[in-house]
Every structure is written in C-alpha cells, then in structure tokens.
Write a protein that binds this ligand. Structure first.
Ligand code: GH3
Ligand code: MG
Ligand code: MG
Length: 297
C-alpha cells in the first residue's frame, strides 16, 4: 500500500521522545514496587503510571506519526502481558505463597519484551525525527531515495506509470532580500501546506533542498502530470501571501518532470527532472517542463 502524504511534525516527535523517557522512568519505579511486594509482601505495587503516559502518547502518535501505530500496539500488548504476570505473582506473594521461580522468570521475560518494544518505538521516533525537515514538517531527503526506489519497483512490477517532479520557487532569493529571511521561511511553510492540500493523498512530497521540493506521483503518466502540475502552478501564483510586515506578495514555481520507467530508476529520473527544471527556468520561469517533451537533448 502506498503511504499517504504525511508530515511528521518534528515538535510532536520530540515531545513523544520525551514522553518515552517518562514512560521508562515510571516503568522502573513500578518494577521496584512490584519487587518490594514480592519480597516484603507489602501489596503496594499499584498500577504502573506509565500506562497513562503511554495512552496519551499513543494518541499523539496516531495523530502525527502513522507508521508508529503498529509499534505502539505491540508496546501496549507487551505491557498488558507484563502486568498480568505481575498481578499473578504479587497476588500469590501477598497471600504468603512461596514464589515459583519459573513464573518469576516468565514475568521477567515479559519485562524484557516490554523493554524491547519500547526501544523499537524510540528507534522509530528517532528515525522519523531524522527524516523530517524541521521548518516545513515535510519528509526530507533522508529516506526519500528509499521511498522512491520502493515506488519505482512497484511501478515496474505493476506496469503503471510514476512521475517525479522537482518544484523550485522562482526568484526566491529576492523574497529573502526584499521581505527578510523569516518571511522567506513562512513562504516555504505556506508552499509546503499548499502542495499537501492540492495533491492526492497517496502522492509524496519532500523538501528536496532549500527552496526546492520533490513530488512522487504514483499512477501518473507524464501527460497527466503536466496537467495536474500546471494547475498547481497557476493556483500557486494566485496564492495570497503576506510578508511579516503585512505586505501582499505572491510566488511562482518552475517545475521539471520526468517519468520513472523500468530503464529510468529514481536517480536517473531525478537527473532528468532537474534538466527539465533547468529548461523551465531558461524559458522564463513559472512553467512546467517535461523531460523528453520540452527539452530534447
Ligand atoms: P531561481 O528562480 O533561478 O530559482 O532563483 P532563486 O533566487 O530562487 O534561486 P537561488 O538558488 O539563487 O536562491 C535560492 C534562495 O533560497 C537562496 C537561499 O537563501 C534561499 N533559501 C534556501 N533555503 C532557505 C530557507 O530555509 N529559508 C529561507 N528563508 N530561504 C532559503
Ligand atoms: Mg533552487
Ligand atoms: Mg529558486
């Protein structure tokens, strides 16, 4: 299944990582209380506080970080299993029964599983953070080639077209020079939001470089890509923007498109799209050029 257009807001991911730290601290405190109950029969182990943090975290993850849902479901399952075992052991201990070493070892096994699943969640969050552009929240180049390769393999296997487009904001240096760098940053964020809104849910948008974005458009032949991107280009030019000091402004984009084919893997398609983009700039900007159609040779 093609992953949907998603942004993993870095702030949410950072918060999730901090909450995972809390989960870990709370878990250790709970584990100590369980051991006190087992050793001294004080029946004080109670519910692990990490349960509430985890539930809040799972909600955050579901909202901001789709890929983490399965890992979270596994973490929750591991915690429930661990709690069940702890319940059995502590019930026996408080009734004054002798502890069975095998049951204790099985319990510690579930603790180990829970740690391992927590580590997986953390790894996924770290990976998401590393693959996210902190300014726009879009996926950055890290991970992009992996995604593109996957789409190329899929397009080849299913014999369906798939286009790549490099989208470059025109005269963006002038935006910074005239309105300041902070306005420039806001324009980049507005462009990212606009692209996500206008494209289909299964299209992919990456921040390719400074003021350049890369789209991967599965199931899209060059003709169709040209139509879709030309409409996007026209709408972008009309997108009302304001500088930080309240002045009205607009930006245009130039777009280079190339198809990934069995003989044109991602890196070759990117090079072709880049050449087409160069052609679009040379031809006057604010236009879409398709490799092999607009710029022969
Ligand atoms: P062209 O139409 O040929 O693309 O001209 P351009 O001015 O857009 O291209 P150029 O490569 O000369 O300048 C790109 C500018 O984008 C310069 C750089 O400072 C700006 N830029 C890159 N990344 C960021 C960013 O994260 N924030 C801001 N505000 N500006 C950025
Ligand atoms: Mg550029
Ligand atoms: Mg530019």
């Amino acid at each position: 299944m093609t992953p949907p257009v998603t942004t993993t807001m870095p702030q949410a991911t950072e918060e999730a990582l901090l909450m995972m730290d809390e989960v870990s601290t709370e878990h250790m405190a709970w584990l100590k209380r369980v051991h006190c109950t087992l050793l001294f029969h004080d029946d004080g182990h109670g519910d692990p506080h990490c349960r509430a943090i985890e539930d809040g975290l799972a909600k955050k993850v579901a909202e901001n970080f789709g890929e983490g849902r399965a890992a979270f479901a596994r973490l929750k399952q591991a915690r429930e299993q661990m709690e069940r075992m702890a319940g059995q052991l502590t019930a026996a201990a408080t009734r004054g029964h002798r502890l069975d070493p095998q049951t204790y070892m099985a319990f510690m096994e579930t603790v180990g599983n829970y740690h391992a699943e927590g580590r997986q969640v953390e790894l996924l969050l770290h990976q998401a953070l590393a693959e996210t552009d902190p300014l726009t929240g879009l996926h950055n180049r890290r991970g992009m080639m992996r995604d593109l390769r996957r789409e190329w393999v899929r397009a080849t296997r299913t014999n369906t077209p798939c286009c790549l487009a490099i989208v470059d904001l025109d005269h963006f240096k002038a935006v910074n020079d005239v309105h300041g760098h902070l306005t420039g940053d806001q324009v980049l964020c507005a462009a990212a939001r606009f692209f996500l809104r206008r494209l289909r849910p299964y299209d992919m948008v990456y921040r390719f470089g400074g003021e350049e974005f890369l789209f991967c458009l599965p199931n899209t032949a060059p003709k169709q890509a040209r139509r879709v991107l030309d409409r996007l280009r026209l709408l972008m030019a009309r997108l009302p923007l304001r500088s930080l000091d309240g002045k009205r402004m607009s930006v245009t984009v130039s777009i280079g498109v190339a198809e990934m084919t069995p003989d044109t893997p991602p890196d070759a398609a990117i090079a072709l799209a880049d050449q087409a983009l160069y052609g679009a700039k040379e031809a006057g900007r604010n236009r879409v050029h398709v490799a092999d159609e607009d710029d022969m040779g």
